[in-house]
Design a protein around this ligand. Structure first.
Ligand SMILES: [Zn+2]
Length: 175
């Protein structure tokens, strides 16, 4: 929810249910759906039972994905989280959103994603090129190309599976 580290990229990290309004202070919200988020243990641990209160409650809070506009407070510039408000600065600090390991994981993720996208685009292009070549071929050349097409399609499938694995089940593959 906070740091964008994905459970598919960091299987060592524990992920847990984050209670935006902490259980200790809001026991009646422990099973309230709108209070439950998926977060890594580092963020969950950093936030602990924090709740905005007191004199600085108007600025020192953690933006809530449904109640606040995240974009007004926090933005991603590449792998780094940049504050766009006092609240953003506060949240980055409280949750340690730019911890070196977090930046490293986000950079790694972006690189891996880019490579997988390129691989898929290339494998799709190859399939369509071989298909085009097949339409004007015959004889031994045709048989050779058909064999090539099977290989190209198998590679395309592998590339799709690879990207699907990185994106997780809910994001669409590029058209
Ligand atoms: Zn996190």
């Amino acid at each position: 929810m906070y740091c964008r580290i994905r459970d598919s990229m960091n299987r060592e990290a524990l992920f847990a249910v984050e209670h935006y309004r902490p259980q200790s202070l809001f026991p009646h919200l422990i099973t309230e759906w709108s209070n439950l988020y998926y977060a890594c243990s580092a963020c969950n641990g950093a936030k602990r039972s924090f709740v905005a209160r007191g004199r600085r409650a108007k600025t020192d809070f953690v933006p809530h994905p449904c109640e606040h506009s995240m974009f007004d407070h926090l933005r991603y510039r590449g792998a780094t989280v940049v504050a766009h408000s006092e609240t953003g600065t506060f949240a980055i600090d409280l949750l340690d959103l730019n911890a070196p390991t977090s930046i490293e994981f986000r950079e790694f993720f972006e690189r891996t994603l880019e490579q997988a996208r390129t691989k898929l685009a290339e494998s799709r292009l190859l399939v369509s090129e071989v298909e085009t070549a097949i339409s004007g071929s015959s004889g031994a050349r045709l048989a050779q190309l058909q064999q090539g097409l099977r290989r190209a399609k198998a590679n395309r499938q592998k590339a799709e599976d690879g990207l699907r694995y990185i994106l997780g089940p809910y994001e669409a593959l590029p058209a």
